[in-house]
Design a protein around this ligand. Structure first.
Ligand code: ADP
Ligand code: MG
Length: 230
């Protein structure tokens, strides 16, 4: 028996937001995208961020991933020891909208974050191929982005996010251009991959059927966050 026997283990949060606000623009043109949001992401969480278009999902996701800075309040990443984007390969991002580099083929697009994280070329290509297999799009490896459908491009973006084996996966409407069957397959792929990697998953979606596949649900409304309990 240690002196800690009987105590609940205290888990270090992966990300903590305290009274975080984000305003775009100034003066009369100022647009408040987030109002004093407080929330905690624990390791291994699988959180859906839901809410209608314009409610602040992308803004929240970017602040959590370290891509953007709050206008007020504080974002902390205790487990990463600072902004996780300073540690290449630790965050896997799936952006809303097109994000593949048009001059690179699919395999090169997926390998790029690994090369930027200083992984050797051979390892980057091997991992990129494995991520394409995992996303069931190995046959697209040599295509250019302009030769892909919107849905195929979204799957490539998901493979690119998974390839470096990140600790945090932040996916912004990764199924917006897919039909329901393919959309559910992509969400299930993200959930399965997060489980296999021991990664934390945040997924913004306006589709409640996608949100149901995750364990927690945060609902955004006009820049405020509410946790919805099932
Ligand atoms: P969602 O992802 O839920 O659609 P966003 O986070 O993209 O919502 O946007 C929230 C609000 O902030 C919207 O009203 C949007 O127009 C505004 N907004 C987002 N990004 C910017 C920006 N770069 N400049 C000005 N307004 C922005
Ligand atoms: Mg958005």
């Amino acid at each position: 028996m240690t002196h800690l026997a009987g105590r609940q283990p205290v888990e270090t949060p992966l990300v903590e937001l305290r009274q975080v606000a984000r305003t775009f623009g100034r003066g009369r043109a100022a647009m408040v995208a987030l109002h004093e949001v407080g929330c905690t992401v624990l390791q291994g969480d699988r959180i859906a961020i839901t809410g209608p278009s314009g409610s602040g999902k992308t803004t929240l996701l970017h602040l959590i991933a370290g891509l953007d800075k709050p206008t007020a309040g504080e974002v902390r990443w205790p487990e990463f020891g600072g902004n996780p984007l300073d540690h290449p390969g630790e965050v896997g991002l799936v952006f809303q909208g097109a994000s593949l580099l048009p001059a690179l083929d699919v395999l090169e697009n997926v390998a790029l974050p690994l090369l930027l994280a200083d992984r050797p070329y051979g390892e980057a290509v091997t991992r990129a191929r494995a991520a394409l297999e995992q996303a069931e799009i190995a046959e697209l490896a040599q295509r250019l982005p302009e030769e892909l459908s919107g849905g195929q491009a979204q799957r490539v973006a998901v493979a690119r996010a998974l390839a470096p084996a990140p600790r945090l996966i932040a996916a912004d409407e990764p199924t917006g251009r897919l039909d329901t069957r393919h959309a559910l397959a992509v969400v299930d792929l993200l959930v399965r991959a997060a489980g296999e990697l021991g990664a934390t998953l945040l997924l913004a979606t306006h589709d409640p059927r996608m949100a149901e596949r995750l364990d927690r649900c945060w609902e955004m409304r006009d820049g405020t966050l509410n946790e919805v309990t099932a």
